[in-house]
Design a protein around this ligand. Sequence first.
Ligand code: COA
Length: 373
Amino acid sequence: MTTQSKIQSPTLVPEPASAGLENVVAAETILSHVDGAAGRLIVRGYDLDQLANWSFEAVLALLWRGLADGPSDEADIRAALGQARTRAFSSVEKLLPTTDNLSQIEALRLLLSSLADAEPEAHHVLAVAAVPVFAAAIARMSAGFSPVAPDATLSQAADFLYMLHGTPAAPEKVKALDTYLVTVADHGLNASTFTARVIASTKAGMFSSVIGALCALKGPLHGGAPGPVLDMLDAIGEDSRINPWLVDALARGERLMGFGHRIYRVRDPRADVLKQAVGTLRDSGGRIGFAEAVELEALALLAEKKPLRPLQTNVEFYTALVLEAVGFPRESFTNVFAAGRMAGWTAHVLEQEHVGKLIRPQSRYIGPMPDAK
Ligand code: COA
């Protein structure tokens, strides 16, 4: 970029924040805190490992507490979500054909856009309920199957798997998915959550705010990583190739998928919770054992190659294993992430609506100034 003349009055504008707003505090929240140095994720007063055995509905009750009218305890939220899933399903058959040429996340974006501001159902409840309904129908359509109607009596995790497979899921798979949804429910002011808060601050409403968040999640720098972990495992293929494959990839300067994190300098606490969840599942075809062998070797090689940079397993490595083991196709992984993160998005939107202040930062003009008159 060239500037035609020097800016005459830069003092009118404050100094710019660092690129990417790194280390800028842009909101106060009671919802969650990410402590990258200590490897802690705190959600409304609880460490993630304390929440790991809670249901997704109980975590919603925690996140929404005091912020919204409507169902407030675990049982009421479970019942309200069941009803809202049925409501969301009522438009699925009409809308699905319009998503024909779209990727799964583009299709989810389109279906969520059908939710109207005039909708009488509590908007935060309907937003959370709609994602698994839409995501399961989209995944089934991609595989050539018709959508399966929800069973409103089930938990959100159990019904997600039921709508995906068309048969009731084994309890350990339901538990593993429930743990995944809880693990990714909220994570500080990440890019999609910040997007949701900016939109909410304009009073655009719940659905517009969370659709904006989904658009931010779609980017490969945010929600698109777990699929490539499976691509890497497939490319390695067998035990004897683990070491040579990883050594070659690192020698070519490639990143090993599922390792490293911008904020966590020690282990990502979400990886530990998901590793435990993976351990409860049957290891069909030896996939999980193979992945663990890849993880061990990758950590050893990364420590050797980057001794000054702690590179640990991140949440995406185990996300890939959990979601594959419970039967999601890898093209749907970002939509499943959205199903969990919708909990945090809705809570942040409600919190921002309470704050009631428009988010409107400034930019620093570095373009040309008009010629002096
Ligand atoms: N494999 C190999 N080397 C890695 C690495 C990985 N997964 N992650 C980081 N590094 C290396 C970089 O090559 C760089 O080395 P250099 O200083 O010699 O150039 C150094 O570590 C720092 O990398 P940088 O990109 O500055 O770190 P970051 O904190 O900005 O990156 C990620 C964070 C997540 C983008 C990065 O670790 C990554 O690309 N991981 C793989 C993709 C992934 O798993 N994404 C999901 C994240 S939840």
